[in-house]
Write a protein that binds this ligand. Structure first.
Ligand code: MN
Length: 303
């Protein structure tokens, strides 16, 4: 037996990671007046426990915003106990927080904000882009923090498209690595628990094999175009696939030109979850403390 055929046998013996369910985008709602989002989770079968370490996924599908002088967005609000990750596919957002973090992210960039012990922030469309209007297409993901890191000092990572890890695929297209590792290339984001976040862009008609540990929570969101998982399960634009826990390897095939799939995989945090609005803690007492700290100005100030 050749080394190559041994490797093929080895791959075939590992159970494939199947699709547990495909979820159509839920009806959109507004966050402030700047984000028209499909809230994929947490709710229903995509519960906080099942999705852990991810807690919330808001998806602003491609939307045309009109030109306007007054900025679209959402004003100052608090967060504690988790991280917000904003991925810009189209449009530009501007962020400011009470911990001094801030900046603009545009097409292809990612903002990874660790709220940790708590801050106030505001999220608006960037002024120039707001004035001109245009396409807006973004993902906001909330990543939970383990109990030991919930009160870590706030941190802000602005990751530009140029800083991402990149692996060219043999059949054409690429995998862009925001966090985690693919093909020996690491992404720039630092995470508190193991999280992988890739933009997978196989050339039309080709597929890419991905591998994550069995127990990890693994999701695929079709950002652009459509595709097939494991050669059989169709994934249309703006739809989300939840992969089964069992099995380690699965494939994503592009069935359109310019398909982009956001792949998320993370180790579940096996701890109690107590959530209230913008606070994500382990116990009711910690939620009450967060409200008290917010009301007494401990999250800082922001105009
Ligand atoms: Mn926020």
């Amino acid at each position: 037996m050749t080394a190559q055929s041994e490797r093929v046998m080895e791959i075939e013996m590992i159970e494939r990671k199947g699709v547990e369910r495909i979820v159509a985008p839920p009806e959109a709602h507004w966050v402030g007046d700047g984000f028209k989002v499909h809230g994929f989770f947490p709710h229903g079968p995509l519960s906080a426990r099942r999705m852990s370490p991810f807690f919330l996924l808001d998806y602003n599908a491609k939307t045309e915003f009109p030109p306007r002088e007054e900025p679209f967005g959402v004003g100052p609000h608090p967060h504690r106990g988790f991280e917000t990750v904003t991925i810009a596919y189209k449009g530009k957002v501007e962020h400011h927080d009470s911990h001094g973090g801030g900046g603009v992210i545009g097409e292809g960039d990612v903002q990874w904000m660790t709220a940790g012990s708590g801050l106030l922030h505001k999220e608006f469309h960037e002024k120039e882009y707001n004035r001109e209007g245009g396409l807006f297409h973004m993902v906001q993901l909330w990543v939970n923090l383990p109990a030991k890191d919930k009160m870590t000092p706030p941190k802000y990572q602005a990751i530009t498209s140029a800083e991402m890890g990149r692996v060219e695929l043999p059949g054409g297209g690429e995998v862009e690595i925001i966090a985690g590792e693919f093909g020996g290339v690491k992404g720039p984001a630092t995470t508190f628990t193991p999280v992988s976040m890739f933009n997978v862009r196989p050339a039309n008609g080709t597929s890419v094999e991905l591998e994550f540990p069995e127990n990890y929570t693994t999701l695929v969101l079709a950002i652009e175009g459509s595709g097939r998982i494991n050669g059989s399960d169709e994934l249309k634009t703006d739809h989300l696939a939840l992969l089964a826990r069992s099995g380690e390897r699965f494939s994503i095939e592009a069935t359109d030109e310019g398909s982009t799939f956001l792949v998320l995989s993370g180790e579940p945090i096996d701890e109690p979850i107590s959530a209230y609005g913008p606070f994500l803690m382990n116990t009711q007492e910690e939620i009450a403390q967060a409200i008290e700290d917010f009301n007494s100005g401990k999250f800082g100030y922001l105009n």
